[in-house]
Design a protein around this ligand. Structure first.
Ligand code: FES
Length: 104
């Protein structure tokens, strides 16, 4: 078990309990953050878009092609963009920091 540190769209920081076996999207959603995740993690809606802090971004598995296409089409793409539903939480990510991307 670990912690995900998420900054919401108003700039408030939230420390969320995280367990392996869940995606970052599930951790954000279950932690009460306003992340829509309309498609339920199918990589087809981009409503789970987050920016992973630079110090952590390089530790994640690279984006797959479908994730890359979706974040690039989101209108708010940054180099550190990720779809939270495509990033499984593992204990090595304890303390990861991320920020919710703007809504559509
Ligand atoms: Fe839809 Fe992540 S929940 S793309």
């Amino acid at each position: 078990m670990g912690t995900v540190i998420a900054t919401d769209r108003e700039g408030a920081e939230h420390r969320l309990e995280a367990r392996e076996g869940h995606t970052l999207m599930e951790i954000l959603r279950d932690g009460g953050l306003p992340i829509e995740a309309i498609c339920g993690g199918q990589c087809i809606c981009s409503t789970c878009h987050v920016y992973v802090d630079a110090e952590w971004a390089g530790r994640l598995t690279p984006r797959a092609t479908d994730e890359q296409v979706m974040v690039e089409d989101s209108g708010h793409y940054e180099e550190n963009s990720r779809l939270a539903c495509q990033v499984p939480y593992v204990d090595e990510l304890d303390g990861i920091r991320l920020t919710l991307a703007p809504e559509f």
